[in-house]
Write a protein that binds this ligand. Sequence first.
Ligand code: SAM
Length: 443
Amino acid sequence: TTASALEDFRRWLASQGGAGEGGKAFPAAVPEGLGLVAARDLPRGEVVAEVPKKLWMDADAVAASDIGRACGGGGLRPWVAVALLLLREVARGPGSPWAPYLAILPRQTDSTIFWSEEELLEIQGTQLLSTTAGVKEYVQSEFDSVEAEIISTNKDLFPGGITFDDFLWAFGILRSRVFPELRGDKIALIPFADLVNHSPNITSEGSSWEIKGKGLFGREAMFSLRTPVDVKSGEQIYIQYDLDKSNAELALDYGFVESNSSRDSYTVTLEISESDPFYGDKLDIAELNGLGETAYFDVILDEPLPPQMLPYLRLLCIGGTDAFILEALFRNSVWGHLELPLSPDNEESICQVIRDACKSALAAYHTTIEQDEELLESENLQPRLKIAIGVRAGEKKVLQQIDDIFRQREEELDGLEYYQERRLKDLGLVGDNVSVNHGGHWG
Ligand code: SAM
């Protein structure tokens, strides 16, 4: 972004009444691209930007535009509609009411959706690579239908045509700039407020913005952004984008990662095989407990396994003499039993299944954790390489942690207590509660 584009944007904002009340913050060039900088000392909670609805690019703006007229308002997914509005306004050039805003939007972010084939080699073997491919396929299929149904039939709106790369850019802009809660038909680009960058140091719960007015009593709705912490004059204002996103999600959505271990995660996918002789019973039990044929468990570094993972795993591995527990008689209590070890065989198989899966997943990465950590020490790492190393190291650490949990369990198999012993105890037949025949009790 050139200084003059930024100046034009500031002037446009001021003229539209969107400059932030009393000019408390202004847009400026910062290490993250553009950002919001405090014009004076601001206490925590101070409103730093107020953006009137007429400046938003949202569903209402689509409906009022020639895009809205071309699509008859119907059928389009909300994000596709806003993406088309964005591309149409770019195509209109200086004639667009949003022109000064469009001129300062980045041409790309470091999101993995924009990486070259060569850059993607750095994340081979990762879940991030397959998610990225999946997202691009999704965008491609949306593009194909929009191309056939709207772009090709409305050549006047897009005189220069629209390429897949244009459409992917619009998708990436939305994904990186829309405030997470503004999902679905609330999706909106909010000029100026969307310049605020993310800081890992801001960990306060609750969002830093709200929509005021909501158009009630003829008042125009207003997007209002607050600073979550005190900021000194001339310093950048930051918010927390989303505490729940993993590094892979941050990399995909925004194009950055954190070094915080709670962002390192790996999604374990488990599945009841259709060739399992007890497929029907197992599926039934899984569904009774809110799970399905396939279940996804997000494992986070330094945190315990998700609570339903072990019961589901034990269910998957039930076979042989343990199968009695699948009988309808037990249907309502079986999950409770599966929360604890069922039998030595069953417990051994869950360990094997998981450890084999960890081993083969770990073998698909082209570097070790140690190599990654050494690389992360080097200076002047390119941002995309830093993201790649951070994500692949994080995934491996979580896989290693999962493998460790089950290796330890494997070593402890003899000392665990299993279903049959628990049953006998419950019946008072073993252990401390032995109450049969030990005294003149029977007269
Ligand atoms: N910096 C943006 C710009 O120049 O328009 C404005 C913020 S926009 C909502 C989100 C994008 O800003 C991200 O996709 C990323 O490119 C950048 N960004 C925000 N926080 C960042 C951070 N902590 N580190 C690196 N890049 C960041």
